[in-house]
Design a protein around this ligand. Sequence first.
Ligand code: C5P
Length: 299
Amino acid sequence: MLKKLSLKSYAKLNLYLEVLKPRSDGYHDIKTVFEKIGLCDKIVLKARPDKKIKLTCNLPAVPKGQTNLAYRGAQLLRKALHIDQGVDIRIIKHIPVAAGLGGGSSNAASVLLGLNKLWGLALSKNKLARLAANIGSDVPFFIYDYPFAEGCGRGDKIRPLKAISGLRLWHILIVPKFGVSTPLIYKKWDKTLEKNKKAGLTRPGQDVKILTLALKARNSALLRESLFNSLEQVTVRLYPQIGRIREQLLRKGVKSILMSGSGPAVFGICSSKKEALFLYRQLKKDGMVKVFATRTARR
Ligand code: C5P
């Protein structure tokens, strides 16, 4: 029987995030495009002789109990399937936390995928994704092997973007030192919506189809226009530093730039590996601490 398992837990970028409307359950209906990127954490799962779930992490600031989504994943699986086995979860963090990169959600999905093997559960990806949605809106995306996917509902209904499944993009990614609270950003978005409604303003989103087309055709002018994130303005207003990072990237010649999720991570789409590595070195020289040159994750 399998006793130990090691998994890569990838980060995501949102190439598109349109907040459609608030829902009665406290969430918002959104339309989003996820991309899985190579930046990843490592998760090691080890069977325990007792029934406990124990979580350790190389970063002391990461919670070790119920507030950790990976812990919650193990707990949920045990409860849902009436399992009385224990597990040691070791997380080695590389993905910045509370950055809009889905690190915690990805860790939870990796634990579900890993325990499905370690505990010999043979659950389908669809079943795992349905369980994953109880942990967080971003978790189902990480259950599937799709490099690019569209998310609807809370972001938990996943459909692969087959037209661009072979595409691999290079990115320059900058993460400011502070973290951002996702619920706070959505609350502020609600306020902006009310204000805009009163003023008779609506801000239409772009279109996932156009974005897919731009990516497929490698049409950089269209790509620049079709990257979209409803939350960006809200987060930038609270944290002007994000706007300054955007300007810094623009000055360096990056044209397609967007904030990921509720932020504060900002990424640019590069035309080549060479450009991504060049920018990485330049930004490091400028004193940027959390900079990554990363690309679409392989399946
Ligand atoms: O699903 P998750 O737990 O990651 O969401 C964190 C918070 O972000 C939610 O409690 C909610 O306030 C907000 N959220 C939302 N609509 C979504 C996703 C998240 O309002 N589609």
